[in-house]
Design a protein. Structure first.
Length: 437
């Protein structure tokens, strides 16, 4: 990986792209520290120090924003509205025929879906910004902080609208920065911003574990966490690269005096075909009961049960529910993102077939069978990786912001591998020797 970056810096045009990407990253990180109008920044910092270990309800969104959510900055919502909008559009593509037709139109249809994603991102940013402002005004953003209700001193309508508009505009700027990296940088802009947001919280989280440690001044716990992190990175890289290759052969066809086809290729089916989406779905779904219970009045039985069982990361009910939701969403997302019948029809249309399998419906059934078989280990792997923070809570007494958590390590490794592949492909295009070698 380091060799690829070193070769890229020696290539003039790639060096410009890398420097441009670094400049955009600096702008993004600066924006995550600029507070929005109407917020008492001193009270925010005081509440963050008091409630540093009680952020479970907002930890996922705070991680995706690079810690900007709890500081209520102009980039407080971060990339999360865009991620949510992209997932919603991807799910609706299977349901709405118009979106499915746009997806099949190629680049023009993809551009139209991207435009819809932007509109939905702005709408979600307004909704999430309003919810964040309401939560900050009520004092529920930091539970246990004595000045939590004084974070927003002026609670007038004008101040509230200004805060929501500022955060929505910040989300639009983040979306624009990601597209700049995609167009003029090294590519994969949104994923790189997500990578930077998560990686930015690692140093402080690691140092907090060191300060809270009791063995050899905290260095034993610090070294153990680093070792566990390296093992997890190796495991994630191994599984993310694992794939089942389905061989495909194309029959030779004579058109005029020329022959076409006769080639052999394969369909790569990844073990973790769903990526990190099931973990995000499961985490978001588990936050909904806690959020409803937090804003509901009284002490009803269901509220007490939710607060006792679904808000503590080390509770057996929470762990079991979280694991089962990840497995369910892994199968659900694979089912809507990979259509065996469509793949089989395309193969049949162009004269392709799997050796030993008849074209058409038998091919679709075979692909569905193989996909279900490899999704089982992939879903169990996702569930085990996501439960590592829970094991840290029990074993080391770490906070819920355990740095090498399931979602964070999956995203960082996945984006890192994809970025390195893009850089290597661009290097190969610029240094291809071909038959002259």
């Amino acid at each position: 990986m380091l060799t690829a970056f070193a070769r890229a810096f020696r290539t003039p045009d790639l060096r410009k792209k890398l420097l441009f990407t670094l400049a955009i990253i600096v702008v993004y990180r600066v924006g995550t520290h600029i507070p929005i109008p109407g917020v008492d920044y001193k009270n925010v910092q005081q509440c963050m120090d008091v409630a540093s270990s009680n952020r479970g309800l907002f930890s996922l969104i705070n991680m995706f924003s690079g810690g900007a959510l709890l500081q209520i900055t102009i980039f407080a919502l971060g990339i999360m509205p865009y991620i949510t909008a992209s997932i919603i559009l991807q799910l609706l593509t299977v349901v709405i025929p118009r979106l499915e037709a746009l997806k099949k139109e190629g680049q023009a249809g993809t551009a139209k879906i991207t435009q819809y994603t932007r509109y939905l991102t702005v709408a979600l940013a307004i909704l999430q910004g309003t919810g964040l402002v309401a939560t900050a005004r009520s004092g529920a953003l930091f539970t246990g902080c004595p000045v939590a209700s004084q974070i927003v001193p002026d609670q007038s309508i004008f101040t509230t609208i200004t805060m929501v508009v500022t955060m929505t505009a910040g989300t639009g700027v983040v979306m624009w920065l990601g597209e700049l990296i995609t167009d003029r940088g090294i590519g994969n802009g949104m994923s790189i911003l997500m990578f930077i947001s998560i990686a930015a919280t690692f140093p402080s989280a690691l140092w907090t574990i060191k300060l809270q440690g009791k063995l050899a001044g905290g260095w034993i716990e610090f070294g153990t966490v680093i070792a566990v992190g390296l093992v997890m990175v190796g495991l994630v890289v191994f599984v993310e690269q694992a794939q089942r290759r389905i061989p495909v052969q194309y029959a030779k066809r004579m058109i005029g005096r020329r022959s076409y086809g006769g080639t052999s290729t394969y369909i790569p089916l990844k073990v973790n075909q769903a990526g990190v989406i099931p973990v995000i779905f499961a985490s978001s779904l588990l936050y909904i009961p806690s959020l409803i219970a937090q804003f509901s009045g009284g002490n009803s039985g269901w509220k007490t049960w939710v607060q006792d069982n679904l808000t503590k990361g080390d509770h057996p009910v929470y762990v079991t529910t979280y694991f089962l939701l990840i497995v369910f969403f892994a199968f659900f997302y694979v089912a809507i993102s990979f259509n065996p019948e469509e793949v089989a029809d395309n193969m049949k249309k162009y004269g392709g077939f799997i050796p030993g399998i008849r074209a058409g419906r038998p091919t679709a059934e075979y692909l569905s069978y193989v996909l279900n078989r490899i999704t089982w280990p992939g879903s169990l792997y996702l569930g085990l990786i996501a439960l590592v923070p829970t094991m840290a809570l029990v074993g080391f007494g770490a906070s819920q912001n355990f740095p090498f958590g399931g979602t964070s390590i999956l995203i960082i490794v996945g984006v890192g591998l994809e970025t390195v592949k893009q850089i290597e492909s661009q290097l190969q295009q610029r240094n291809y020797e071909g038959f002259l070698r």
